[in-house]
Write a protein that binds this ligand. Structure first.
Ligand SMILES: NC(=O)c1ccc[n+]([C@@H]2O[C@H](COP(=O)([O-])OP(=O)(O)OC[C@H]3O[C@@H](n4cnc5c(N)ncnc54)[C@H](O)[C@@H]3O)[C@@H](O)[C@H]2O)c1
Length: 411
C-alpha cells in the first residue's frame, strides 16, 4: 500500500549500471534527468543500498533486480534492461509494485541478419578454407565447390524479427526464400511459406534457424532434421544454443552430408571472455564458429541505449507503456494543457466504472481515456482538463484495486 504514491515531473534521479552506452546517458540528460553511471554491476546488497530515491534504474544482464531490491526501491517507476533478456529482473514483483520494465527486443536484429548473410556467402564460396590455405602459403586457385548465392534457396525456420529481415535482404541478393514458422506469418516479398518444416528442409540449399528459446524448442533440431536436408546443404544457427543437437550436427558434417555450418550459439557457453571454448564442432572444415556475437556490434549497442532510454523518458513524461515487458501496453498522445492520471490497478471487474464515478462525483472533465489489461493488471490513462481537488486523487489512491497512482501535471 505504501506504493500508492503520487509522482509528478520533479527532478528524476537515474541510476545506470554496467557501463550503459553514452547515447542512453545523453538521451536521459537531455530530458533533464540527473544521471549517475556505474561502470560494473552491483550485487543485491549494494543495489539495496543505492536504490532509495532512484526513479529510473538501468541495467544490463549482470545486475539482478530481486524482491529485496524492489522492496527498497521507494521511488522507482521503471527499469530499463539495456539488453534483450529480462530474466535477471523479478518481473512479477515489479508488476506488483506498478513498476514498468522495458528492454530492447529489436535493436540488435539487423546485426544478426548481416552476420548470417556474411556467413551464407562465406560458406557458399568456401572462403574460410581458402583463407586458411592462403595463411599456410597455399595458392589454391580453383572454382570447384564455390558458388554464387544468387538463385540458391534459403530456408528460414522462425520468421520473426530476424527471420523476416533476413528474408528481405537475402532476396535482394538474388536468393529464393522459403520459411517455416509455427505461427501465422505474412510472407514478405516473394518468400514462400512452407506448411511443414520437412517441406522446407527438403527444398533448401541453405537452412538457417531463427526460432525463439521457448522450452519446447530445446533439442528440436537433430539427426532426423539433418537427414531430411539435401546432401550438400549449408546450415546456420544464430538463434539459441539449446535448439540444436550438436553431436548430430557434427555427424552430418563429418559424413559430408552437410557441406558446411555456421554456429554462433552453443548449448553451454564459456562464462567470460578468454575462457576456453569446448565443442565437438571445433576443427571441422567449412564450419564457422563465433562466440555468440550475432547481435554484438557497436551500432546495436548504441541503438539499445537510445531505444531503452527513449522508452523510459516516454514512460516518465507521458505514462506510455508501449512494448513494456510486464505492464499492459497503452499509448495516448500527451497534451500540454491537461493533467494525466495514470492508474495501475488489479484487473478486476468494475475498476473503470469506479474511477469514472469518482471523477464524475467531483465534476472532473475527462478529455481522453485509454485502458488496457494484461493478466492480473490493468493500466488506465485518463487525461483531465481544468482543476481538480486533492480529494479526487485521495479517493482514487484509496481504491482497494489501486496498485499505483501517478499524476503528470503540466501546471
Ligand atoms: N546470436 C545472437 O547474438 C542473437 C541476437 C539476437 C537474437 N538472437 C536469437 O535469435 C532468435 C530469433 O530472434 P527474433 O527477435 O527474430 O525472435 P522472434 O520472437 O521475433 O521470432 C521467433 C520466431 O520463431 C517462431 N518459432 C518459434 N518456435 C518455432 C519452431 N519450433 N518452428 C518454427 N518457428 C518457430 C516464432 O513463431 C517467431 O515467429 C531468438 O532465439 C533470439 O534469442 C540471437
Amino acid at each position: 500500500m505504501e506504493r500508492k504514491v503520487m509522482i509528478d515531473q520533479a527532478k528524476v534521479r537515474v541510476l545506470l549500471l554496467e557501463n550503459i552506452h553514452p547515447d542512453a546517458v545523453s538521451r536521459l540528460e537531455a530530458a533533464g534527468y540527473q544521471v549517475e553511471s556505474v561502470a560494473g554491476a552491483l550485487d543485491e546488497a549494494e543495489l539495496v543500498e543505492r536504490i532509495p530515491g532512484v526513479r529510473l534504474l538501468g541495467i544490463r544482464s549482470k545486475s539482478r533486480v530481486t524482491a529485496k531490491v524492489l522492496a527498497a526501491a521507494d521511488s522507482l517507476v521503471a527499469i530499463g534492461a539495456f539488453c534483450i533478456g529480462t530474466d535477471q529482473i523479478d518481473l512479477a514483483g515489479a508488476s506488483q509494485a506498478g513498476i514498468a520494465v522495458f528492454n530492447a527486443p529489436f535493436s540488435n536484429t539487423r546485426s544478426v541478419v548481416e552476420l548470417a548473410l556474411a556467413e551464407i556467402i562465406a560458406m557458399t564460396r568456401r572462403l574460410t578454407e581458402k583463407n586458411n590455405l592462403m595463411h599456410q602459403g597455399i595458392w589454391d586457385k580453383a572454382a570447384n565447390g564455390s558458388h554464387e548465392v544468387r538463385g540458391r534457396r534459403l530456408g528460414i525456420v522462425g520468421y520473426g524479427n530476424i527471420g523476416t529481415q533476413l528474408s528481405v535482404l537475402a532476396e535482394n541478393l538474388g536468393m529464393r526464400v522459403s520459411f517455416y514458422d509455427t505461427a501465422d506469418k505474412l510472407a514478405l516479398g516473394n518468400a514462400q511459406r512452407c506448411s511443414t518444416m520437412d517441406e522446407l528442409l527438403a527444398g533448401s540449399d541453405v537452412v538457417t534457424l531463427h526460432v525463439d528459446g521457448r522450452p519446447g524448442n530445446a533439442g528440436f533440431f537433430g539427426a532426423e532434421q539433418f537427414a531430411k536436408m539435401r546432401p550438400g546443404t549449408l546450415f546456420l544457427n544464430l538463434s539459441r544454443g539449446i535448439v540444436v543437437d550438436h553431436a548430430s550436427l557434427r555427424d552430418a558434417l563429418v559424413s559430408g552430408h552437410l557441406a558446411g555450418a555456421a554456429v554462433d550459439v552453443f548449448p553451454t557457453e564459456p562464462k567470460g571472455r578468454g575462457d576456453e571454448f569446448r565443442s565437438e564442432l571445433r576443427g571441422l572444415p567449412n564450419v564457422i564458429l563465433t562466440p555468440h556475437i550475432g547481435g554484438s556490434t557497436e551500432e546495436a549497442q548504441s541503438d539499445i541505449g537510445d531505444f531503452v532510454a527513449t522508452k523510459l523518458v516516454n514512460f516518465v513524461q507521458e505514462g506510455n507503456t508501449t512494448l513494456s515487458v510486464n505492464l499492459p501496453s497503452v499509448a495516448l498522445p500527451a497534451s500540454t494543457d491537461m493533467s494525466r492520471v495514470i492508474h495501475v490497478h488489479l484487473n478486476m471487474p468494475g475498476v473503470l466504472a469506479q474511477v469514472n464515478s469518482i471523477l464524475a462525483e467531483h465534476q472532473v472533465n475527462v478529455e481522453g481515456q485509454l485502458l488496457s489489461t494484461r493478466g492480473e493488471y490493468g493500466y488506465l490513462i485518463t487525461d483531465i482538463s481544468g482543476s481538480y481537488s486533492d480529494d479526487v486523487l485521495e479517493q482514487l489512491r484509496g481504491m482497494s484495486q489501486t496498485v499505483r497512482l501517478r499524476v503528470l501535471s503540466n501546471e
